[in-house]
Design a protein around this ligand. Structure first.
Ligand code: C2E
Ligand code: CA
Ligand code: CA
Length: 694
């Protein structure tokens, strides 16, 4: 068998019938065997090999245990076939010393132990085989009476200590030259005395659960009064005398302190987050699985909390990474303080934290520490002589309902977190089942949009804008469309959520700008007189603070003059977060000759007075006002106000002659709507322009 491949075979009858459950267990157990750090193999009830550990293969042990398959190295002698079958069928364990040849032909002695794996009904479903090269030790044991000296040597070589305890005479016998170990493995009345207080209950429970005649293997610290920590691995077995009564307790001890220390070091490396010293995602996952198991087995209630720092990226960008790190460390401290010591507080990565709370009695047990955390968060954080505040969004889920699947907890807490962010951040939300379907749809949509962007399925349609006074087309508004492979061309109403998603709206913004500029370049080259193209900008695109440069770079790259471009910004963007940044960006673009249009005017809360500070060239009246006759007064007022402030007014959504006539009467400058033309593919634009008559 190849060293690095390990086979897991399943028996053919595993597809159906009563054997299926046992096979599922055997498959799970096979996975376990693969990982064992010593030579081990798993056989099914028909004695076929299911899995072997790497060491098994590395030692060149026979791939098959049935005699005659590879007679030289078969690990079962002919006389052992019956006991092996008995082990598989009735679960009777047995062990052997077996002579074998190693791959170089050197004689070895292997100690093999065969024991049955039993299901809940105590039925054996597989046989576990462990093998240990005991060449030195076993030979010595075999000739123990004649050759004590050789036994000592073998034990010494292996660093093993053998302790034999006569249950009747209470006599203790040691072999093996490990005096230090020997000293601490002596006991007066109870063999468990030698186990460190903190490990004793655990081992005692294992010993109590052991079946008579079985060998138990335990790892524990020795109970040393000199404070030195010594870990041992101990194999223990009670030997039965000829009269069928327990006679002697035999223990084998090996000092494994070094190995323990190494694996602990590896564990801390693998399981700890460097910055905050909190458990990392890997440990979180282990702990989460433990919580799930406990809830399934014991019906324990547990809670999961997801925490996300609000606008962490902005803090990093504006105050520097040092400040970002300081914030994360501070947050880790707050979390440690707010939650109990045995709750698992983990950093999952970036600014994401999670807490697992076990053994809860009610929702209140979870809400209390969340409240403490929120109070702590209100305190300012000092860093480098400056002080700043941060907030976090928190999503929590509780598993108490026995019918629910506890593995959904992560998803549920995530959904609650998403809700907290969506509702304006800086708050905590408790998961409710009704949140799931709505959000799942949204998440699915965002995933599809992401894939659609990657596949180049997003493109622009162009809707003409007509100047009433001049009587011609002054430009086009570029409107996003999704050429969906199954659903056809979709308008933004079907993917609005993507424009609200920070990451996707940036990507869509990119697509829109590139497509629009490429198109303008092509029209310019072809001599198509399109006027200006208006591109819609979402709030997220202003976030970087570099939007003005980006747009100017792109214009230069495509060699499109600034006065061919209009950007449409809604009043919510002006009034929203970081309006200073928006103002600066818009001013720079305006100065460069890009036209600025205020989109959807009248639907938000801004008044024109609020918007005075922004350079606005065009005011677009939302189609809901244009199409609703009762809003006539508003439309009139906006047109009057706009022109008094030196802005041109564009009416959107003009669908018929009557609406157009009214707008002309009010002195509106420009119109846009189905009455003149619907949004159309770029290829239709030249034809539309050529045939346009008002
Ligand atoms: P908007 O910027 O207000 O765009 C005008 C919308 O009105 C367009 O819808 C257009 O097709 C529609 N419309 C034009 N004339 C008429 C009419 O006579 N009657 C009716 N009923 N509707 C008319 P569309 O293309 O579905 O786009 C909807 C919204 O999606 C846009 O509203 C805009 O907010 C957003 N959007 C579209 N493309 C982009 C883009 O590239 N970036 C960003 N950030 N948003 C975009
Ligand atoms: Ca628009
Ligand atoms: Ca609009």
């Amino acid at each position: 068998m190849n060293k690095s491949t390990v086979e897991v075979r399943r028996s053919p009858e595993s597809e159906s019938g009563p054997g299926r459950l046992a096979d599922a267990r055997a498959a799970a157990f096979s996975q376990f065997v693969l990982q064992l750090p010593f030579a081990a193999a798993l056989l099914d009830r028909d004695l076929r090999l299911l899995a072997t550990s790497r060491e098994w293969a590395a030692h060149g042990l026979a791939p098959d245990l049935r005699p005659g398959v590879d007679a030289r190295r078969a690990l079962v002698a002919a006389e052992d076939v019956l006991p092996l079958m008995k082990c598989a069928e009735e679960g009777e364990a047995f062990s052997r010393y077996l002579p074998a040849l190693d791959p170089d032909g050197v004689q070895q002695i292997w100690r093999t132990e065969f024991s049955a794996c039993r299901d809940d009904g105590d039925e054996p479903y597989a046989v576990m085989v462990t093998a240990r090269d005991v060449t030195g030790y076993a030979e010595a044991t075999l000739r123990a009476e004649r050759d004590q000296q050789r036994l000592r040597m073998a034990l010494e070589l292996d660093g093993l200590l053998v302790r034999e305890y006569d249950l009747h005479t209470r006599e203790l016998l040691f072999s093996g030259a490990t005096p230090d170990l020997e000293k601490w493995c002596r006991f007066k009345t109870d063999p468990l005395e030698i186990i460190h207080r903190d490990d004793r209950d655990r081992v005692a429970a294992l010993v109590a659960a052991r079946k008579p005649g079985e060998t138990g293997v335990y790892e524990f610290r020795l109970n040393r009064d000199d404070g030195v920590e010594t870990w041992v691995r101990s194999a223990s077995k009670v030997l039965i005398g000829a009269n069928g009564r327990p006679e002697r307790l035999v223990n084998l001890f090996k000092d494994i302190t070094d190995r323990r220390r190494q694996s602990e070091a590896v564990e801390t490396l693998a399981f700890k987050d460097n910055l905050t010293d909190l458990p990392n995602r890997a440990l979180f996952q282990l702990r989460f699985q433990e919580a799930v198991n406990a809830s399934e087995l014991l019906g324990e209630m547990f809670g999961l909390i997801m925490i996300d720092v609000d606008h962490f990226k902005d803090i990093n960008d504006t105050l520097g990474h040092d400040a970002g790190d300081a914030l994360l460390k501070r947050l880790a401290e707050m979390l440690r303080y707010a939650f109990r010591a045995d709750d698992t507080v983990a950093r999952l990565g970036g600014d994401e934290f999670a807490v697992i709370l076990r053994g809860l009695h009610s929702e209140a047990d979870m809400l209390r520490p969340i409240q403490t955390l929120q109070e702590l968060l209100r305190r300012p954080i000092e860093h480098g002589g400056r002080s700043f505040t941060c907030s976090a969004s928190i999503g929590a889920a509780l598993h108490g309902d026995m019918d629910a699947d506890p593995s959904h907890m992560v998803k549920n807490a995530d959904i609650a977190l998403y809700r907290a962010k969506d509702a304006g951040r800086n708050r905590s939300v408790m998961f409710q089942p009704s949140m799931r379907s709505e959000l799942e749809q949204r998440i699915e949509l965002l995933r599809d949009v992401r894939a659609g962007i990657a596949a180049g399925e997003f493109l622009l349609f162009y809707q003409p804008v007509v100047d009433i006074r001049v009587g011609g087309v002054t430009g086009f508004e570029a409107l996003m469309r999704w050429a969906h492979p199954e659903q056809g061309v979709l308008a933004p109403a079907r993917f609005m959520a993507a424009f609200e998603d920070q990451d996707l709206s940036l990507k869509l913004g990119d697509v829109a700008f590139e497509a629009a500029l490429k198109q303008m370049r092509a029209w310019l080259d072809a001599g198509v007189e399109f006027g200006r193209v208006a591109v819609n900008i979402s709030a997220a695109q202003f976030r970087s603070g570099r939007l003005a440069e980006e747009i100017q770079d792109r214009l230069a790259r495509w060699n499109v003059p600034c006065d061919r471009l209009t950007i449409e910004v809604t009043e919510n963007v002006y009034m929203g977060w970081g309006s200073d940044m928006v103002s600066e960006t818009v001013c720079r673009l305006h100065d460069a000759g890009v036209m600025i249009a205020l989109d959807d005017f009248g639907t938000g809360y801004a008044s024109l007075a609020n918007l005075r500070q922004f350079p606005i060239d065009r005011l677009k009246i939302d189609k809901s006002f244009v199409q609703n006759a009762e809003d006539e007064a508003i439309v009139k007022a906006v047109i009057t106000l706009g022109s008094s402030m030196g802005m041109k007014v564009v009416a959107e959504g003009v669908e018929d002659q009557a609406q157009l006539d009214a707008l002309v009467g009010y002195g509106c400058d420009q119109v846009q709507g189905y009455h003149f033309g619907r949004p159309m593919p770029a290829a239709d634009v030249p034809g539309f322009l050529a045939g346009f008559v008002q």
